[in-house]
Design a protein around this ligand. Structure first.
Ligand code: ARG
Length: 466
């Protein structure tokens, strides 16, 4: 059933809205998600107006009852949204008139849609970022579990996407744990900055009514009211904060996803993805496509674009409110949805990730990733400077390459050609396992260091107050 909705804000105009104008001006399709926060804000505002004797207790009761009814109508999909009424705020207010009559007109005393919309968005984003933080926490827990399971699993460590040095797979997963840990801190910092209540700033100048902004702040769970009414309605840097943090988080998600794509490819074949997180091909029967990881990687691009759009929306925008600001919400919601599904998906991918240890081992055995061990051995045992040891090791690598061998395959006679003092115990140092476990520097890849860091990480997760 469709009902003719009258936009009471247009009474001074002789003509209705042109279809194109109605379409471009309306945000109801993108801002109806704010209905809960809009009603929550309106209830807090109404209670405050009554407490300050700006409206009567019975008017307050009537308004609040009406607002609650509207909430249940929207929840049960009975509410009819109208683009004639532009946005969520006018849609709700107009319905309030239908439900309780002219008393509804008192709700907008000492308020404007300018402070209303920022209040709604901030309230929504506060909750939303808590749910994002919970998901990041899950990702971190899964990474620590994976690290624990794989402290002793050895995989190639790469630089320039070439084998560099062998590392503990546990150490590798903890690298991402550290990145996501900093993401947590960034979101928590942004949550502190967003925690100022704009409600009561009105259009831009504040109001002559004796409102109590501390009361609405407390009721809505804001730490304090904002201190400048102009800033309150014009500012959207909390949107930039969010999109920027979302972008950094997406960088991390995209890097691990890219590695999952590469390492699970049959060209490398060190990771094995579970059936639950791969797709098949419509023509190639052998395929196990890592579509989830690829889409996480792709969604990062969209989040960066949203950040870029928000920066451009705000760049050089004169104070205070301009309708440009209406476009912010879709950027936030879109990034948030992409982020949440990406976090859920990476959790599922990592939860079931298997490492093909044999392939990792054979890859390492057929590489020069122990060349640094040779150089270090010359420094420690034969008193070479590191530069001399580096140059001598390069020569030995060249020699081995020519013979189509790796360092472990050369015999002592081969080595003695380069320096007669080289002794048999070099061979032990060249072993892959040794190359990992001698990295006992703080934060290094040895089993002992990684195990210590796992204990610390577990404690950090346990102490997180999210
Ligand atoms: N729908 C508007 C927005 O999202 C609400 C604020 C409208 N304010 C105004 N002065 N037109 O930004």
């Amino acid at each position: 059933m469709s009902r003719k909705k009258i936009n009471r804000l247009r009474e001074r105009f002789k003509k209705g809205m042109a279809t194109s104008f109605k379409k471009i001006n309306s945000s109801i399709e993108t801002d109806s998600f704010l209905y809960n926060e809009d009603i929550e804000g309106s209830i807090a505002h109404t209670e405050m107006l009554a407490k300050q004797k700006i409206i009567s207790p019975s008017e307050s009761t009537k308004i609040i009852r009406g607002l609650k009814k509207i909430k249940s109508e929207i929840k049960s999909n009975k509410f009819i949204f109208s683009d004639e009424l532009e946005d969520i705020h006018l849609n709700i207010e107009t319905r309030l008139f239908e439900l309780i009559g002219e008393t509804a007109g008192k709700l907008h005393t000492a308020r404007s849609r300018n402070d209303q919309v920022v209040t709604d968005l901030k309230l929504w984003m506060k909750k939303d970022q808590i749910s994002i933080l919970k998901k990041i926490k899950k990702v971190k827990s899964v990474l620590v579990q994976l690290a624990k399971k794989n402290v002793k699993t050895i995989i190639p460590g790469l630089t320039h996407f070439q084998s560099a040095q062998p590392i503990s797979a546990g150490h590798y997963f903890l690298a991402y744990y550290e990145m996501f840990k900093r993401d947590t801190v960034r979101f928590c910092e942004a949550l502190k900055r967003i925690d100022e209540n704009p409600l009561g700033s009105c259009a831009l100048a504040g109001t002559q009514y004796k409102i109590n902004r501390f009361q609405t702040s407390k009721k809505l769970g804001f730490k304090k009211p904002s201190k400048n009414s102009i800033d309150s309605v014009a500012d959207r840097d909390f949107v930039i904060d969010f999109l920027s943090n979302a972008s950094v988080l997406s960088v991390h998600l995209s890097r691990i996803s890219e590695e999952i794509v590469l390492f699970s490819s049959d060209l490398i074949n060190i990771f094995r993805l579970s059936d639950e997180v791969v797709s098949s091909s419509s023509i190639l029967p052998q395929k196990r496509n890592p579509d989830g990881a690829e889409l996480i990687r792709a969604k990062a691009a969209i989040t960066f674009s949203n950040l870029n759009s928000a920066l451009n929306l705000l760049k050089a925008l004169p104070l205070t409110y301009s309708k440009d600001l209406q476009e912010d919400k879709q950027l936030v919601v879109n990034a948030s949805n992409n982020l949440k599904i990406s976090l859920d998906c990476i959790i599922d991918i990592l939860n079931n990730l298997e490492i093909n240890k044999k392939n990792a081992e054979s890859y390492l055995n057929n590489s020069f990733s122990n060349a640094t061990e040779l150089a270090d051995w010359l420094v420690i045992n034969l008193n070479y400077t590191f530069r001399d040891a580096h140059s001598m090791s390069s020569k030995i690598v060249n020699y081995a390459e020519k013979k189509r061998k790796f360092l472990k395959d050369l015999n002592l006679t081969d080595y003695k050609k380069f320096d007669s003092r080289i002794s048999k115990n070099l061979m032990n140092s060249l072993k892959i396992e040794n190359a990992v476990n001698n990295k006992i520097s703080y934060g290094g890849t040895s089993t002992s260091e990684v195990s210590k860091m796992i204990i610390l990480a577990k404690k950090e997760i346990l102490n997180e107050k999210i």
